[in-house]
Design a protein around this ligand. Structure first.
Ligand SMILES: [Zn+2]
Length: 102
């Protein structure tokens, strides 16, 4: 790699997940983010990742978040809407973060 900046691939901790699309908003209207780890564009669910060796947090998509944290079960349940609460949504989605992309 040759870069002085080396990002650890393991040991990350997901501190927050933000849903960028408000209820009722269409896919075209959504202000997507870009994954800081792999550069994938159009992340709807931004996972805020923290690492004990780094000062900076990373904003990544769900795929990278799962790999980085090694946690394939708990991430989805921490998701919260960024702009407004959505009481109508099921409080306990089953399974892992299968709805992460779009
Ligand atoms: Zn990614």
């Amino acid at each position: 790699m040759g870069s002085a900046w080396r990002v650890p691939h393991k040991g990350w901790h997901c501190v927050d997940v933000i849903d960028l699309r408000a209820d009722g908003e269409s896919a075209d209207e959504t202000d997507y983010a870009t994954c800081q780890m792999c550069g994938n564009e159009k992340i709807r669910y931004v996972h805020i990742m923290e690492h004990p060796d780094l000062d900076e947090n990373f904003d990544v998509g769900c795929v990278c978040a799962e790999k980085m944290s090694g946690d394939y079960s708990g991430i989805w349940h921490r998701t919260r809407p960024a702009r407004q609460p959505s009481p109508a949504r099921s409080p306990t989605p089953s399974g892992k973060a299968a709805r992460c992309w779009r």
